[in-house]
Design a binder for this molecule. Structure first.
Ligand code: ADP
Ligand code: MG
Length: 290
């Protein structure tokens, strides 16, 4: 299946010379149509830069980005405007709601801009508010709602015109843990019910409980991926299995998860073995003699 979002060999450097900051170094990854992916990493690891490059808000120095088959990195300004109008939607840490409008009216704004007929608009607004768990708050203004509720209104508004892709940058940045969970769940419902391909960028590791695929970014490179799937055990109970994968770049480099490195006290160099169906990694046994 063709990816909905395809990032290939993207580099982005700010500044030049000795003060250059390599925000992204050879990042590649794909997001399948309808997939919900979280991109996690510490502050400064390159998450926002990557999301901005995917959304056409920033241009990479090298590499390509395709969204729904369109090469974002080759678009002119007019093409970028159309992409952001017809294909992409954004959610940011700040909610961006209109203070004097109710939740329902805020969600209706993008529909009005498209001249959606009233009856259809009302149906759509109702559906969207229900998806984000705010059916009972339609008439409240932003100041009458909690931060988490406001963010859920912002999510409903972002997907009002059925974008193919939703990009969320630190959507829970200002929120406490419980509220963050509700915001991630709202995004998950939207993803599942509307099929919106979604990329959430966050430094909040709790996002992992709400998505099946988490990609870790470290120092401008994707390092590991965790995939979760549910299986049924021998007693017929559903169990969630998490598998961790390291990302292998095109020259064969990979980053071992920090816990693995620490558990075996790996450092400087390791011994590798090629087996018929796997590669083994041992601590360097000669180290004691050095
Ligand atoms: P994150 O979103 O993961 O916190 P960013 O993508 O914002 O990370 O930043 C990655 C790196 O690039 C950081 O070192 C940051 O300081 C640097 N950076 C981001 N934007 C700029 C800019 N406009 N000019 C210079 N450096 C920048
Ligand atoms: Mg950021």
């Amino acid at each position: 299946m063709t990816a909905m979002v395809s990032v290939r060999g993207v580099h982005r450097t700010y500044g030049s010379g000795r003060t250059a900051v390599h925000a992204l170094r050879d990042v590649s990854f794909d997001v399948a149509p309808g997939e919900l992916v979280a991109l996690v990493g510490r502050s400064g690891s390159g998450k926002t830069t990557l999301l901005n490059v995917v959304g056409g808000l920033d241009r990479p120095d090298e590499g390509t980005v395709l969204v729904d088959g369109t090469e974002v990195t080759a678009l002119d300004d007019g093409g970028l405007v159309r992409l952001r109008r017809d294909v992409l939607a954004f959610v940011f840490q700040t909610f961006g709601l209109v203070p004097v409008l109710s939740a329902a009216e805020n969600v209706g704004v993008p529909l009005r801009l498209r001249a959606t007929p009233v009856a259809e608009r009302e149906r759509r607004v109702e559906l969207l508010l229900r998806l984000v768990g705010l059916a009972d708050h339609a008439d409240q203004r932003p100041e009458e709602m909690s931060g988490g509720q406001q963010q859920r209104v912002a999510i409903a508004a972002a997907v009002a015109n059925a974008p193919r892709v939703l990009l969320a940058d630190e959507p829970t940045g200002e929120l406490d843990e419980t509220t963050s969970g509700q915001v991630f769940e709202a995004i998950r419902h939207v993803n599942r019910e509307l099929g919106t391909t979604t990329l959430i960028v966050t430094h909040d590791p709790s996002v992992a409980e709400h998505v099946r695929r988490t990609v870790q970014i470290r120092d401008g490179r994707t390092s590991t991926e965790v995939l979760r799937r549910s299986t049924v055990d021998e007693h017929g109970r559903e169990q969630l299995v998490a598998e961790e994968f390291a990302v292998l770049d095109k020259v064969g480099r990979l980053q071992l998860p920090r816990e693995f490195v620490e558990a075996l006290e790996l450092r400087d160099r390791v011994r590798l073995g090629l087996e018929p169906d796997h590669v083994s990694v041992w601590p360097d046994a000669t180290e004691e003699d050095r």
